[in-house]
Design a protein around this ligand. Structure first.
Ligand SMILES: [Zn+2]
Length: 448
C-alpha cells in the first residue's frame, strides 16, 4: 500500500480546520468561495483587475465552471501591467522576484509577495518535502538560497519545521566540491535542477555514493524532465526521484509527486488549476491535453486570476494509487512559447519565423520546436505544404541564411533543420500552432 500524499491532510486541515470528513465536494466548495473572494479582493485593491473585471461581480460566479466568465491573464499582461496588479502597499511587500525571460516587450516580469504569501509557500514546502524526508535527515539544496525569501531560504525554513538539517549550497558551480559533500557527509535528500543532478549522478563518485546508501531521495525542481534523466539519477545513485512542479508566479510551489509517481498532486487550497485549449481558449475536461492555467486562492500581494502558464499537460482522470482525493497534474509535456531566448541572449519570435518561412512558395503551415542536443540548441521546423520536397528545403535553408535573423542565429550557435510537418497535434487536436515548443533542458522558473 502506497503512503497517501501528506498534502491531502494538510489541505483538509487548512480548509475544515479539523480532521473531519473530506471529499472533493468540500474542497470544491471552498475553492469556489475563495475564487469569489479573490475576485472581490483583486477588484477592490488593484487598478488592473478593477478595470479588467469590471463586467464581473463575485456573485456571478455560481459554479467553478463560471470561472470561464473571466478573461485570462497572460505573461505579457504580467510584464506590462504587473505594477497595476499589486493589491498591497509597498510596506507590505516583503519580496519582489524579477524574471528576465523571453518575451516580446523586453520588460522583465516582477512578482511581489507579502510575508504571509511567503509563509504559505514555506508551509507547502514543509508538507511537500515530508513526502520523502524524515525527521533528522540531512538535506542538500542545490538551488539559490543566499537572499531571504529565495527558494533555498524558504526550503531551509520549511525543513527546520520537521527537524531536518539543511545545507543550502546554491546552484552547482563546482562539481567536485558538491561530490565531496555527498561522499563525506551523510546526505539523505538532495534537491536541485535536473541537469545538475544528472551531471553529479554521472560523476566518478556515483558508485561510491550508491554503495554508501545514505542518499534515499532526490527532488527535481522543474517543469520538464525526460524519463531518461529520472532513470539515470535513480539507477546511478540508487535513490528515488520525485518531481516538483512550480513557478514563481505560483508562489514558487505548485505541486509535488507522491510515492505513486503518477504526476503532481496540487496545492489545491492555494491554487485552482484548469486546462484550456491553447489555441481557442476553450476549457477542457479532465484527461484532455492543453495549457495549464491557474488562479491563486490565498495570495495577498499580487493575486493572479486565470494565469496562463504556457505549460502543456492534463489533469488525470484515474485516481492516484495513493488514494488521495486531490487532483493529479500529469508531467508537463512541453512549454508553448510565442518567443524563446537563445543561448546568446537574443530572442527568436514566432513572427520572426513566419516572416522567413512564409516567404517560400507553397509553404502554408509550419511548427517549430527547440531542444537541447549534445552540440547545443537545435531548432526543428516542421513544414507543411503541397510540394514539400528537396527543393523546398533548399529554399528554406537559403531564406534563413539570407534573412536578418542569420547573424543572431549564428552567434547563438543554433542549428536549424527542417522536416516534413508531422500533424501538429496531441490527442487529435492541433494545439502547437503559432507557438514555439520549448523542449530545452534548462533551470526552470521556480524561484530564481
Ligand atoms: Zn498520489
Amino acid at each position: 500500500m502506497i503512503e497517501k500524499t501528506p498534502l491531502e491532510n494538510w489541505i483538509r486541515e487548512k480548509i475544515t480546520g479539523e480532521p473531519t470528513v473530506f471529499n472533493r465536494q468540500i474542497l470544491e466548495r471552498y475553492q469556489l468561495n475563495r475564487i469569489r473572494y479573490t475576485v472581490a479582493y483583486a477588484k477592490r485593491n488593484s487598478r488592473y483587475y478593477q478595470q479588467k473585471l469590471s463586467h464581473i461581480e463575485p456573485e456571478d460566479i455560481k459554479t467553478l465552471d463560471d470561472i470561464r466568465l473571466m478573461p485570462w491573464t497572460t505573461e505579457e499582461d504580467l510584464r506590462s501591467e504587473g505594477h497595476r496588479m499589486i493589491c498591497v502597499t509597498q510596506d507590505d511587500i516583503s519580496r519582489i522576484v524579477t524574471l528576465q525571460t523571453s518575451g516580446t516587450t523586453g520588460q522583465p516580469k516582477r512578482i511581489c509577495f507579502t510575508q504571509d504569501d511567503q509563509e504559505l509557500t514555506t508551509d507547502f514546502f514543509h508538507i511537500g518535502m515530508s513526502t520523502f524526508t524524515n525527521p533528522g535527515d540531512q538535506v542538500l539544496v542545490l538551488l539559490p538560497g543566499a537572499s531571504p525569501g529565495s527558494i533555498g531560504d524558504l526550503l531551509k525554513k520549511a525543513l527546520s519545521r520537521m527537524n531536518a538539517e539543511t545545507l543550502v549550497y546554491g546552484v552547482v558551480d563546482d562539481t567536485a566540491q558538491v561530490e565531496n559533500l555527498l561522499v563525506n557527509r551523510r546526505i539523505n535528500v538532495i534537491v536541485g535542477i535536473p541537469q545538475q543532478l544528472l551531471a553529479l549522478a554521472k560523476g566518478e563518485h556515483a558508485a561510491f555514493i550508491r554503495q554508501k546508501g545514505t542518499l534515499h531521495s532526490a527532488l527535481l525542481s522543474t517543469d520538464y524532465v525526460s524519463s531518461g534523466v529520472k532513470r539515470t539519477i535513480e539507477e546511478n545513485w540508487g535513490c528515488r526521484v520525485f518531481q516538483h512542479y512550480g513557478m514563481t508566479e505560483m508562489g514558487l510551489g505548485g505541486g509535488v509527486e507522491c510515492h505513486g509517481f503518477q504526476g503532481y498532486h496540487l496545492r489545491e487550497a492555494d491554487l485552482f488549476v484548469e486546462i484550456i485549449d491553447p489555441l481557442t481558449g476553450v476549457s477542457l475536461g479532465d484527461g484532455e491535453w492543453g495549457e495549464v492555467v491557474f488562479t491563486t486562492l490565498t495570495r495577498r500581494g499580487m493575486p493572479l486570476i486565470r494565469y496562463r502558464t504556457g505549460d502543456l499537460s492534463r489533469l488525470l482522470t484515474t485516481p492516484c494509487t495513493c488514494g488521495t482525493i486531490l487532483k493529479t497534474l500529469d508531467k508537463i509535456q512541453c512549454r508553448l512559447r510565442s518567443s524563446v531566448k537563445l543561448s546568446n541572449g537574443s530572442k527568436l519570435t514566432m513572427s520572426d519565423l513566419e516572416e522567413v518561412i512564409f516567404g517560400i512558395d507553397h509553404v502554408t503551415d509550419f511548427d517549430a520546436r527547440i531542444h537541447t542536443t549534445d552540440e547545443g540548441e537545435r531548432l526543428v521546423i516542421g513544414v507543411g505544404g503541397k510540394t514539400a520536397g528537396a527543393d523546398m528545403y533548399q529554399q528554406l535553408y537559403r531564406a534563413f541564411d539570407e534573412s536578418h535573423l542569420a547573424p543572431s542565429l549564428e552567434s547563438a550557435n543554433l542549428a536549424i533543420s527542417f522536416e516534413r510537418q508531422k500533424p501538429a497535434e496531441l490527442d487529435g487536436k492541433a494545439i502547437y500552432k503559432r507557438r514555439i515548443i520549448d523542449l530545452r533542458r534548462q533551470p526552470m522558473r521556480s524561484g530564481f
